[in-house]
Ligand binder design. Sequence first.
Ligand SMILES: [Zn+2]
Length: 280
Amino acid sequence: MKFGCHVSIRDGYLGAAQYATKIGAKAYQYFPKNPRSLSIKDFDRSDAKECKNYCQDKQLVSISHSPYPTSLVPTTDKKKKQVVESLLNDLHISDSCGSIGVVVHFGKHIDAQDPLASYQIMIQTLNTVLGQWNGDCKILLENNAGKPGTIGTTLEELVQVRKLSNYPEKIGFCFDTCHAFASGLWNGNNWQGVVHNGEALGYFDHLQAIHLNNSKYPTASGKDRHANIFHHGHISKEQWQDLMEYFMVKKIPMIMETPNHQEITHQRELAELHKTWPEG
Ligand SMILES: [Zn+2]
């Protein structure tokens, strides 16, 4: 099993990969640059190259996460230009580090009167970015938290946006378990239904990564608050079981974005995960 967690690039890209190995992760996620800004980063190419070599050597899988202000539904032309340039920068950095994809949140609603306009803007933004991108690293669309019925909370929307873009082969998916639970997509007891629907849609064929997070709030609450896997969350060990069995067979990397604090560190959570679901 490729269990992992989000790590800091405080000590560079190679440093992040080495730290992941040190705490027992076999996969990891990082921010390619400052997560609060769309500013372009002139990154250290040799550090990125060393990171890529290290990960190949250790069979470590990585994904990156685009900065928080990255909206696939930008409201002005100026904002769109910023988002496009920033995403191309994220793709360059992540490709240089050997990552399989850059996670981007599905867009949020901008016009309640005309929801289709949001999907159209999203597809145009993806087309503009991917028309200029020829690397191996993909864009990984992530499902939103949000009350049932809000944009980006269903597998249908994710699959359709990918299909309607000009470059579906450059787009994959990242399934966030907390978001799925918060939105009611997965309520903890309907996993077989999610699988049935996802397989019929072809969603799982393009699933590249899992964001493995418990939820501080009950299902369908619409609240995006991550909890530790075995502690303080509403998803029980029994409910995790179905999902784990499915992803174990598929060998999809599962990366935590859980609170990393003194009593429950990522290192401890990784040990608990490996103990509960040993490899092979
Ligand atoms: Zn996530």
